[in-house]
Design a protein around this ligand. Structure first.
Ligand SMILES: Nc1ncnc2c1ncn2[C@@H]1O[C@H](COP(=O)(O)OP(=O)(O)OP(=O)(O)O)[C@@H](O)[C@H]1O
Length: 344
């Protein structure tokens, strides 16, 4: 057991980090009017609070947590859509701003897939034109673009007959395949997947997850996979990062996290997953109280107001990350908690 600094929640030095997030902070101001500025009102939402992690080449890091925990904000910071309030995102050791300075570069390095595939496709464009759109950034002639669209349709297991349809003529699963084809059109290194299967039926979810795993293997892709549902990521994630109220609470290899969570918040998320045998969530821990406001987060550990095992110290002391086996856990009692949990 050891206490470690938050900035050390990274891949081991032998693995090459494709994405590295260092002490990332993002505030959204709530008082932007002239009067607010004049009166010095500077209230803000602390959407992401000192988050650090890295993702190794070919790895899938899942980012999980309840609604409002800051997952999408992290995704938008990693793709350079948002500028951080402080901290840094590095893509292959280069600050993301320098990659973003040339829009074609960022598109070809980091692709993005969203929750609602139909909303991410232009309803006026045929599937062929939608998939071809990012290819216009390349100096390719029409024939080369057409060939690439055919390759991409094949890659995501859609037949040519889909090429001339419009988004409204596709099922949710087919539309997500098209969105994935677009995202990988320029052969990126990284895909940021923001709840890519949340809007789909369970049977379709499994097919899209299988497709993502196949593409990762064939194209050597690195994934940042965002989900609120731990069920979805159990088989796809190599490591899991758990967020609560803008903070990273635990980061661990997926197998260890599902077997022996080291943070009480992870435990409560796991206890919400229905048992495979009974289909019920018997023994589930229901968190008391509402999620606190990200404008005035609790002192000490941000989870202490809802934590089922909090002690007095948790309300006053901000935990550092503690190493428990291969997990890093932002809990003052991580070791004790993990031992007690494994006895259950
Ligand atoms: N543009 C914005 N302006 C103000 N507040 C924002 C903005 N975007 C996000 N927030 C706030 O930041 C916090 C984190 O939001 P975020 O969308 O990143 O969480 P999330 O975990 O992705 O949730 P969800 O799964 O519901 O999308 C929330 O309190 C949210 O209300």
């Amino acid at each position: 057991m050891s206490n470690i600094n938050q900035s050390e929640t990274r891949t081991s030095s032998s693995e090459r980090a494709v994405i590295e997030v260092r002490n990332l902070v993002k505030h959204f101001s709530l008082n932007d009017s002239f009067l607010d500025n004049f009166l010095g009102n500077d209230e803000y939402v602390e959407a992401v609070s000192d988050v650090s992690f890295s993702i190794a080449e070919g790895e899938t890091l899942a980012l999980v947590g309840e609604s409002g925990s800051g997952k999408s904000t992290v995704a938008n910071l990693v793709t350079g859509l948002y500028a951080p309030t402080s901290g840094q995102v590095l893509f292959e050791d280069k600050p993301i701003e320098s990659v973003k300075a040339r829009p074609a570069d960022i598109l070809s390095e980091i692709g993005m897939v969203f929750q609602d595939p139909k909303a991410s496709l232009d309803p006026r464009l045929t599937i062929r034109r939608s998939i071809a759109e990012p290819l216009h950034s390349q100096e390719w002639n029409k024939q080369r673009r057409e060939e690439r669209v055919d390759e991409l349709l094949d890659l995501v297991n859609l037949s040519d007959t889909h090429a001339d349809r419009y988004p409204h003529e596709l099922s949710g699963g087919q539309a997500q395949r098209v969105a994935i084809a677009r995202a990988v059109a320029l052969d990126p290194r990284v895909l940021v997947l923001d709840e890519p299967v949340s809007a789909l039926d369970a049977s379709v979810q499994a097919k899209i997850l299988n497709l993502l795993m196949k593409l990762q293997e064939e194209m050597g892709l690195t994934y940042l996979f965002i989900a609120h549902d731990l069920n979805v990521i159990e088989h796809i994630a190599d490591r899991v990062a758990v967020m609560y109220l803008g903070n990273l609470m635990e980061i661990a290899p997926a197998e260890q996290l599902f077997e022996q969570p080291t943070h009480p918040y992870t435990y409560t998320l796991l206890s919400a997953i229905p048992s495979l045998e009974t289909g019920t969530t018997d023994g589930r821990i229901i968190l008391e109280g509402d999620v606190p406001s990200p404008v005035h987060p609790p002192s000490g550990c941000v989870f202490h107001t809802r934590c089922p095992v909090a002690e007095d110290e948790c309300g006053t002391t901000v935990p550092n990350f503690e190493q428990v086996d291969n997990a890093q856990s932002k809990c003052l009692f991580a070791q004790k908690f993990a031992e007690e949990y494994s006895d259950r």
